[in-house]
Design a protein around this ligand. Structure first.
Ligand SMILES: O=c1ccn([C@@H]2O[C@H](COP(=O)(O)OP(=O)(O)O[C@H]3O[C@H](CO)[C@@H](O)[C@H](O)[C@H]3O)[C@@H](O)[C@H]2O)c(=O)[nH]1
Ligand SMILES: [Mn+2]
Length: 736
């Protein structure tokens, strides 16, 4: 019996066939890049006669060096892509006793009741409380950096509704265990039973009560007094603010006491709002997760932890079993730090105009990393081995308080006074002073992309990770639907990765030593993404401006170097396209994805770099702009119609619009020059044409639209003026 059990496999990995093609193509492409760079260097030396030719040759040399560097980084993902599969049906044979299943702590972060509606947080919490996992082994911890009594109220409401919802899901084998999705737009009221209809009504009522509380900004007095746990609200007094308040830790449901309507236990649900003080840095989400790590250690100390953002719902109740297929495999267990699921989005429009799917980041690259040390950490949808937060696999760091050790077994119930006192102590804002938290223990501080940075440091310590993408998405998240929200989010990313790229832990140096060149190049691909703007700006302005002066800077069509350029451009684009399509992408979405790469280069990456510099010089201070998760009806409608949302007069739109105007002017000029015999401008016309096609939504937003999402006139005027200034200045350079 034992023999057959050990032979059962829980998961398998298959290298993708395309890796052989990738390696061969990389060789050919590398040769082509070398020829181009050799040629650039030659021109720089030979033709450095006029200022203009020196300037253009140098710009192209630097741009193409950067493009080559990023190309090398991107190849590391392509050398050994691996897909994984799980066999949860075997798990049930390997672990057939309930006590064999490890306990699971789920961490959910929220930070702002206005940008992250408490009703949404409640729905997310319900979706995981309803996991097909023993309630005795499941605890959900919610961190509220927004210090909002309404969020606490929403969670109390969630538990009351959960008493009906959880047994309903389990008896009816509902897959969508987030009530918001289940009763969402696809829900058909005509064919549902009266029981279901009643539950829907309960849900709608709960939502209304939460939304009313949000509107009022506080919980109504009737709830404060009527609810058994109402006294918790007494902690919100006028003496405190969101930046300065004591810790609030409230056990909302407890599996040893609370039962649902069918008489089964409810999972634990604990609300945590850590102590804050104006004078002590709180390290944003990383700080919040570290508090949850400690509070949960004191209360349940489960060996496995799932981290989720408050807008990321569970979409499959069997996900814990799938994850265990990795964690329960003794052959990989000792080094396995975390299992990462992809982030899939619910509300994308058909064309995914902002490339929000982030297919490369969340689907393609992680498969490439699977063949190396494993994927980077995405911040959400990740199951961790708790041990990973306490030093490398072979060098455990013991926490000062023994109760925080990953091996410690909790012996008291979670609402025992001693447990609660210790939990409040470890949630205080000066607890981490002079400690290893944030540097050697827990999530790592120092970058606004704490997820990327922490995953990277864990890999450097010797942990590995696994990317697993099941057919039915395990989680579904939301994503911003206005361009400004999207690039604001990306800007924070740029600042965050620069903080890693230019630190003493830079993947370029530190990473090369500890995780090997291929892994280090993968991390470099993200860390150095903020240098994309340089080549993008050069190609968005230089060929265009010179063309407006009838100066040719590219080889003629008959020149073999024209073929070289064509090969390099089409080669990169086609490979990218193929990968996208092979990962269930559509041509339309791919097109928007590449456009977004250009847009980011001309906005968020550029401004992120500026922000990084000004933070560094002490002109501004680091901040974590929480992404807005509420979308008004009109905006949603425009998004669904595939319209770009500009609307606000953001400086980030200026370089973008300037490039759009410049490309249009150059293109219109160029197409009349070529037929007049200026054939050597052909290459530049093509580039400007490419710019024009990509800028189409910007022209529309500038001149054709009158809705609220159009380009603000101010931005159009400033950009037009800038484009004109650039042209005038270039006239002087041309004459030099
Ligand atoms: O001081 C803070 C700031 C944010 N958050 C939470 O962090 C999560 C992510 O914030 P969000 O504004 O949604 O950022 P996104 O850019 O959408 O998030 C991506 O990027 C972040 C790193 O920049 C990662 O942490 C996230 O997991 C990843 O989804 C949310 O649940 C927030 O409530 C906190 O708990 N405390
Ligand atoms: Mn988010």
């Amino acid at each position: 019996m034992k023999g057959t059990k050990s032979k059962l496999i829980l998961h398998s990995s298959t290298p993708l066939r395309r890796r052989l093609f990738n390696r061969l193509f990389a060789l050919i492409y590398a040769a082509a890049i070398s020829v181009l760079l050799y040629h650039h260097a030659g021109t720089l030396i030979r033709r450095g006669t006029t200022f203009l030719s020196f300037f253009t040759s140098l710009s192209f040399l630097i741009s193409d060096l950067i493009l080559a560097f990023m190309w090398i980084n991107s190849q590391a993902f392509r050398m050994n892509p691996v897909a994984t599969k799980t066999f949860p049906e075997n798990l049930l044979e390997v672990l057939n006793r309930p006590e064999d299943f490890p306990a699971l702590d789920v961490f959910i972060c929220t930070a702002d009741p206005h940008k992250e509606p408490p009703a949404m947080v409640a729905a997310t919490v319900l979706s995981v409380m309803a996991y097909d996992y023993s309630a005795e082994k499941l605890s959900v911890y919610v961190s509220d950096d927004g210090w909002s009594e309404v969020t606490l109220f929403a969670l109390m409401e969630a538990v009351e509704f959960g008493k009906v919802w959880l047994p309903f899901c389990k008896t009816n084998r509902v897959m969508e265990r987030c009530p918001e999705s289940y009763f969402g737009s696809d829900f058909d009221t005509r064919n549902c039973s009266s029981e279901t209809e009643k539950i829907k009504e309960l849900y709608e009522n709960m939502k209304t009560r939460i939304e009313n509380a949000v509107e009022r900004g506080q919980v109504a007095d009737e709830y404060r007094s009527s609810m058994q746990k109402g006294k918790a609200f007494g902690k919100w007094t006028k003496d405190f603010t969101i930046q300065g308040h004591p810790a609030v830790i409230q056990v909302i449901s407890q599996n040893s006491e609370d039962k649902d309507v069918a008489g089964c236990s409810l999972p634990n649900l604990i609300y945590v709002s850590r102590q804050k003080s104006r004078t002590i840095p709180h390290h944003f989400k990383a700080g919040a997760l570290n508090v949850l790590l400690r509070v949960s250690a004191v209360m349940t100390n489960s060996p496995i932890i799932l981290t989720l953002d408050c807008d990321m719902i569970s979409n499959d109740p069997s996900t814990p079993h799938k994850m265990l297929c990795f964690f329960m495999d003794n052959s990989i267990k000792p080094n396995l730090g975390y299992v990462q699921f992809p982030i899939c989005f619910t509300v994308l429009n058909k064309a995914d105009i902002y490339g929000s799917e982030l297919k490369r980041v969340f689907h393609i690259n992680p498969m490439g990393l699977n063949g190396l040390l494993g994927p980077d950490y995405f911040g959400t949808g990740t199951f961790f081995n708790r041990r990973v937060f306490y030093g490398g696999p072979l060098s455990m760091i013991k926490p000062v308080v023994p109760e925080l050790s990953p091996n410690y077994v909790v012996k008291k119930p979670i609402n025992d006074q001693a447990i609660l006192d210790l939990a409040h102590h470890v949630a205080s804002c000066d607890y981490e002073n002079q400690s290893k938290w944030g540097s050697k223990i827990g999530l790592r501080y120092g970058s606004l992309v704490e997820d990327y940075y922490t995953g990277y440091r864990l890999h450097c310590e010797g942990w590995r990770s696994i990317f697993y993408s099941p057919k039915r998405p395990a989680f579904l998240a939301e994503t911003p639907i206005s361009l400004h929200d999207v690039i604001t989010q990306m800007k924070r990313c740029s600042v965050g990765v620069l903080e890693v790229a230019l630190s003493k832990y830079s993947p370029l140096i530190f990473g090369m030593r500890f995780i090997g060149p291929l892994m280090a190049h993968c991390y470099c691909y993200y860390a150095f993404a903020p240098i994309w703007p340089f080549p993008i700006m050069v190609y968005a302005f230089l060929p265009q401006i010179t063309m407006l002066h009838n100066i040719s800077i590219f080889p003629q069509v008959s020149d073999p170097r024209f073929f070289l350029y064509t090969f390099l451009f089409l080669g990169a684009y086609l490979q990218d396209y193929l990968e996208f399509i092979l990962s269930q992408g559509t041509t339309l979405r791919w097109w928007n994805d590449q456009r977004m790469w250009l847009i980011k280069g001309l906005s968020s990456d550029l401004f992120g770099t500026l922000e990084y510099i000004s933070n560094h010089l002490g002109i501004s201070s680091r901040g974590f702009d929480v992404t807005n998760k509420t979308n008004d009806g009109e905006l949603r409608k425009r998004y669904d119609e595939g319209m770009f949302e500009f609307g606000v007069a953001s400086p980030m739109f200026v370089p973008l619009s300037t490039a759009a105007i410049m490309n249009l002017a150059a293109f219109l000029w160029g197409i009349f020059q070529v037929p007049k015999g200026k054939y050597d401008l052909f290459g530049q016309v093509v580039i400007a044409g490419f710019g024009v096609v990509n800028s189409w939504p910007i022209y529309e937003a500038m001149v054709l639209r009158s809705d609220k999402g159009k380009m603000p006139t101010k931005i159009t005027l400033i950009s037009g003026f800038l484009a004109w200034i650039l042209f005038v200045l270039s006239s002087f350079v041309v004459k030099m």
